[in-house]
Design a protein around this ligand. Structure first.
Ligand SMILES: Cc1ncc(COP(=O)(O)O)c(C=O)c1O
Length: 394
């Protein structure tokens, strides 16, 4: 019998650099060590009560919602999304043709790649970035061109540095601010105009990942790409309930964009999934239509954690600007650890202190020299985390 082999596409995926961190974390838990986990972006805060109540009521009392859902999302959900987009960003999105429900935006991002990328096609990945942007391209059989996000460019892609022949060949460009992992936001709106112009000039689909649009501080307001002229010709925007409403485990999000761009994606998805359970969609409607105070209150908690950690780390020699968005810190390693590299630093930190952080290099080669700390543990753990890090770097 010939050997049963997985596809070459799987072999082309980069090594999963979180695996050694996850193994060390599991070892620490096994030894009953006191782990402080700032590694994964998995919010510790619970889903607001009115959303949970809506789910429970729907499951209990509306048995029709136990049946197969409508793949692209029920009309009620798409209407709520359209109204929310209008209220939040002042943009018009047709609920009938311009919205598709996603089983979390991760699923949507991967399937967008399958929809638009053929074997050998080129796509642009902002490095460091959310790994599914990269892996989705590879799994679709495409090739990746890395666009570095550098601190001196405020972690924005330098469009002029993308070679003309690469731009001409590229089919897809993943961009998203507020940005994971760098926490960068766009302050100068000219960036969006230039980005859209770039994509229009070269005929590139702009996949705009807005997963963190609602996790912002200090009065910063994250825009939708559709607030800018010309975006409808080239962009599909991704939204997620995971970070906006602390609903990571519920697996729901949406993609929106002009019918011509969105329809092939909706069509592909209709072959591979049935969408999101109807009761989850109805609970998500409660999130969109209910009071948005829960977002404000949650952001106040993240902001408090951010301030405590930034102040504490800077006092011991780190140099971190308080981020205006996301529940992460993107911290350049102190000088004396630069040679060691972010993976070895993170491994040593967990082994010696039980504090888990994500090595920057796990998000792409331009993430080296940084670590990402997710502010997703109980408020009273940050003091302890700071003490341990202080002792460690001494
Ligand atoms: C930038 C970005 N996009 C998308 C996602 C996926 O979110 P979800 O699949 O939970 O909607 C994440 C999750 O961490 C993310 O950081």
């Amino acid at each position: 019998m010939k050997k049963i082999e997985p596809s070459d596409k799987l072999k082309d995926l980069p090594p999963y650099l979180f695996s050694s961190i996850n193994a060390l974390k599991a070892e620490a838990y096994k030894k009953k060590l006191d782990v402080i986990d700032l590694g994964m972006g998995n919010p510790d805060l619970v889903t607001p009560k009115h959303i949970v109540e809506r789910l429970c009521d729907t499951v209990m009392n509306h048995q029709k919602t136990h049946r197969y859902p409508q793949a692209k999302g029920m009309p009620r959900f798409r209407r709520a999304v359209s109204q929310w987009m209008n209220k939040r960003f002042n943009v018009d999105i047709d609920p009938n043709n311009e919205i598709v429900t996603l089983i979390g935006s991760k699923e949507g991002i991967a399937h967008l790649c399958t929809t638009y990328i053929d074997s050998g096609d080129l796509a642009l990945f902002c490095d460091p970035g959310y790994l599914v942007h990269y892996n989705g391209i590879i799994l679709a059989g495409g090739q990746v061109h890395r666009v570095p996000l550098l601190e001196e460019n405020k972690f924005l892609p330098d469009l002029k540095s993308i070679p003309e022949e690469v731009a001409k060949k590229a089919k897809l460009f993943f961009v998203g601010y507020p940005h994971n992992p760098t926490t960068a936001v766009v302050e100068d709106k000219k960036f969006f105009i230039e980005l859209i112009e770039f994509c229009r000039k070269y005929g590139i689909l702009l996949a705009y990942d807005n997963a963190y649009s609602e996790v912002t501080f200090d009065g910063y307001r994250a825009p939708s790409i559709f607030e800018f002229p010309g975006a409808r010709d080239v962009a599909i925007e991704f939204h997620s309930f995971s970070k906006s409403f602390n609903m990571c485990g519920w697996r729901i999000g949406w993609a929106c964009g002009a019918k011509e761009l969105l329809y092939p994606f909706e069509n592909l998805k209709s072959y591979v999934d049935f969408g999101v359970p109807t009761f989850v969609q109805l609970a998500a409607v409660a999130a969109l239509e209910g009071s948005q105070d829960c977002i404000k209150q949650r952001n106040e908690i993240y902001q408090r954690r951010r301030d405590k950690m930034v102040e504490g780390l800077n006092k011991m020699g780190w140099n971190i600007e308080p981020p205006k968005a996301t529940m992460y810190l993107w911290a350049k390693l102190p000088e004396q650890f630069l040679k060691m590299g972010s993976l070895a630093f993170s491994e040593k930190l967990i082994k010696e202190t039980g504090v888990v952080v994500a090595p920057g290099v796990a998000f792409g080669k331009y993430g080296e020299s940084y670590v990402r700390m997710a502010l997703v543990t109980h408020d009273n753990r940050f003091h302890d985390a700071l003490l341990r890090i202080k002792k460690f770097i001494k």
